[in-house]
Design a binder for this molecule. Structure first.
Ligand code: SAM
Ligand code: SF4
Length: 325
């Protein structure tokens, strides 16, 4: 079992398989970065898999592949199959912007993927284009339909932004309800790579919008899930991912691995340790030692909540497209 320096059990590994993306979301990567990580610095799937085996053997039971846009990485289904074959009962999920799903969904399902989180910030063509930097809506909606058709379990992620898509919270709820899928509203996390003019909606403001039309009841956090769940009067459930809330980090069970091999203990902070040299030389013991150190160093909490306690608002240096959201 993996326990961090604050006594929390860590059983969830998120792997960013690429920092590259086919969208330019305002809250994540509004401009193409000055430079990408050179291809030779990226770990191969065989190298990533070596670490995955260490993590699973030590107690990881849930793996999420993310990015950048993970479906841009060639042969992703091969990597999914490697993980699935090693531990068929692992909770294996993927977060995607959905654009490439119409052609990829069946292959992902056949490789052993169980669950998909798909980002959907707007149901209006022009608003979706404004957020993503190109016309994406039709293709993303097709991707969601295809994922459901092939039998993948789907959840939707929406980041509500003031003056941009905040009027669509109820529409996205209705869209998900009609398809019997769950939506999770994510508070915008300030970071220095995002468009500086953006204003996110606080969890309380998101809930207030929903209460304009619905009666809701808090269900609480689902285990160590980052999502705090609610149920509406008709039984429809939705989640709120609220990293600004003081108790968000108390049950954090997550660590993150980048495509370059940096193991990151907390989404907010820059601190990371590399497993690249270990996995490239097949040094399993060395990779396990880095994992132990990263867990020891895992911060108690992020600093997005400091605005609420009256301190100056904190902005993270981390790029979500590198770390994987
Ligand atoms: N490209 C995929 C996608 O967009 O779903 C996966 C990577 S993306 C970084 C993972 C999740 O992080 C997405 O749901 C996205 O909306 C969310 N995200 C990115 N930047 C964010 C920010 N600044 N605040 C809150 N959520 C963010
Ligand atoms: Fe790409 Fe996802 Fe970031 Fe949007 S949120 S720019 S789709 S990585």
């Amino acid at each position: 079992m993996l326990i961090d320096g604050h006594g929390r059990t860590v059983n969830y590994l998120r792997i960013s398989v690429t920092e590259r993306c086919n969208f330019r979301c305002q809250y994540c990567m509004p401009e193409k970065p000055f430079s990408w990580v050179p291809k030779e610095n990226l770990l191969t799937f065989e190298e990533l898999f070596l670490f995955v085996k260490v993590a699973i053997d030590e107690g990881v039971t849930k793996i999420r592949l993310t990015g950048g846009e993970p479906l841009l990485r060639e042969d992703l289904d091969t990597f999914i199959k490697m993980i699935h074959d090693y531990k068929p009962d692992i909770d294996l999920a993927l977060t995607t912007n959905g654009y490439l799903l119409p052609e990829a969904a069946q292959r992902l399902k056949d490789a052993g993927l169980k669950r998909l989180n798909i980002s959907l910030d707007s149901l209006k063509k022009d608003v979706a284009a404004k957020i993503a930097g190109k016309d994406v809506l039709d293709q993303v909606l097709k991707g969601i339909d295809k994922a459901l058709e092939v039998g993948l379990k789907v959840k939707i992620n929406m980041v509500p932004l003031k003056g941009i898509n905040d009027s669509e919270i109820l529409d996205i709820l209705d869209y998900c309800k009609e398809r019997n899928i769950k939506v999770r509203f994510i508070e915008y996390m300030e970071n220095r790579h995002a468009d500086a003019a953006l204003k996110g909606m606080h969890g309380k403001e998101i809930l207030a919008k929903i209460k304009e039309r619905h009666t809701i009841r808090a269900l609480g956090r689902e285990g160590a899930s980052p999502s705090f769940n609610y149920v509406m009067e008709d039984g429809t459930e939705f989640g709120l991912i609220d990293p600004h809330k003081h108790d968000f980090c108390e049950s954090c069970n997550r660590i993150r691995l980048t495509a370059e091999g940096f193991l990151i203990p907390c989404l907010y902070f820059d601190e990371a340790m590399s497993i690249a040299a270990s996995v490239r030389s097949g040094d399993i013991e060395g990779a396990a030692q880095v994992l132990t150190q990263v867990l020891k160093d895992k911060p108690k909490e992020n600093r997005w909540n400091e605005a609420e306690s009256g301190k100056e608002h904190e902005t993270s240096n981390r790029a979500f497209y590198e770390t994987g959201g």
